[in-house]
Design a protein around this ligand. Structure first.
Ligand SMILES: Nc1ncnc2c1ncn2[C@@H]1O[C@H](COP(=O)(O)OP(=O)(O)OP(=O)(O)O)[C@@H](O)[C@H]1O
Ligand SMILES: [Mg+2]
Length: 276
């Protein structure tokens, strides 16, 4: 291995804070899933899934409950590692490198952040929620942390609402604000990919619109993967949509194409409400 590549590889494995996330040209493949099978004990939850996640696009996962959307999302940053009896076969790469073998898990999660269905701020101040990740990566300088906290809260469209109460508890915010705080927390470690599992399902319509607008703004800089049961949401925000059924990826296509002219009759049946 050339020296520079070797050093970069060692940095990856050690989990150091990156200088800045590496941006790829639009539409280039950032993550690639190939021949992925996942088992919870004897139950196969994902079956030979193949999908590419592209740079600066929003990819939505849709499909009926229990079809494996969250399971696949969690695979992308190895959240299934801690699930008992969970076995994964196949390959997932980030920038061409295997996420199971070539990355330390801390470093992987820093590059592939996650926002959950229910906002889950830590029981600490707004500031400390956002500074949590950077501190974990060894950043101690107050001015550097101040800068990261402000930048992350601005990117999450929350700064103006909280700038005068950064020491207040994150748990004291409204649901929509808490979700944006969780997005700010994810952005604070400068990820390249942001995974969102039904990020608006617990929110009112106004907060939902805010998070959707935010997702569209973040697309300028990040690759986003969004799980949603809301077909209007998928059609409003996504560049491409992947339809899952019983652990299989049935179809992945540009949004307009999938909604207007699905290739698979099972996709058409789902979209017209025949099941799910
Ligand atoms: N930790 C787990 N242990 C065992 N089985 C699990 C676990 N998590 C999910 N499963 C099973 O795997 C399958 C896929 O679940 P998953 O949560 O990925 O579905 P989903 O598409 O996200 O559904 P929903 O739309 O309801 O969120 C289901 O049959 C589920 O029961
Ligand atoms: Mg789910």
């Amino acid at each position: 291995m050339a020296l520079a590549a070797k050093e970069a590889h060692e940095r990856e494995m050690m989990g150091e804070m990156p200088q800045d996330a590496v941006r790829l040209p639009h539409h280039e493949v950032r993550m690639s899933v190939s021949h992925l099978d996942l088992f919870y004990g004897d139950h196969q939850a994902l079956k030979n899934v193949n999908i590419d996640i592209r740079e600066r696009e929003i990819t939505s996962f849709i499909g009926p409950s229990g079809c494996g959307k969250s399971t696949l999302l969690r695979c992308l940053n190895r959240m299934n590692d801690y699930v008992k009896d969970c076995r994964v076969e196949g390959k997932i790469t980030l920038d061409g490198r295997d996420i199971y073998h070539d990355y330390n898990v801390t470093r992987l999660r820093q590059r592939v952040g996650m926002v959950f269905q229910r906002p889950n701020p830590f029981p600490m101040s707004i500031y400390d929620n956002v500074a949590y990740g950077p501190r974990g990566l060894g950043i101690k300088s107050r001015s550097e942390l101040d800068g990261i906290v402000e930048e992350s809260l601005r990117s999450a469209a929350l700064w103006d609402e909280v700038k005068d109460k950064l020491k207040a508890s994150g748990l004291g915010l409204s649901g929509g604000q808490q979700q944006r705080l969780c997005i700010a927390r994810a952005l604070a470690v400068k990820p390249e990919v942001l995974l969102m599992d039904e990020p608006t399902s617990a929110l009112d319509p106004v907060s939902t619109v805010q998070i959707e607008q935010l997702a569209c703004e973040l697309r300028e800089q990040y690759s986003l993967v969004v799980v949603t049961h809301n077909m209007q949401q998928a059609s409003r925000i996504s560049d491409s949509v992947a339809f899952f059924l019983l652990g299989e990826l049935i179809e992945h296509a540009p949004t307009a194409e999938l909604f207007r002219a699905p290739r698979d009759s099972r996709t058409a049946d789902y979209l017209t409400g025949r099941f799910g």
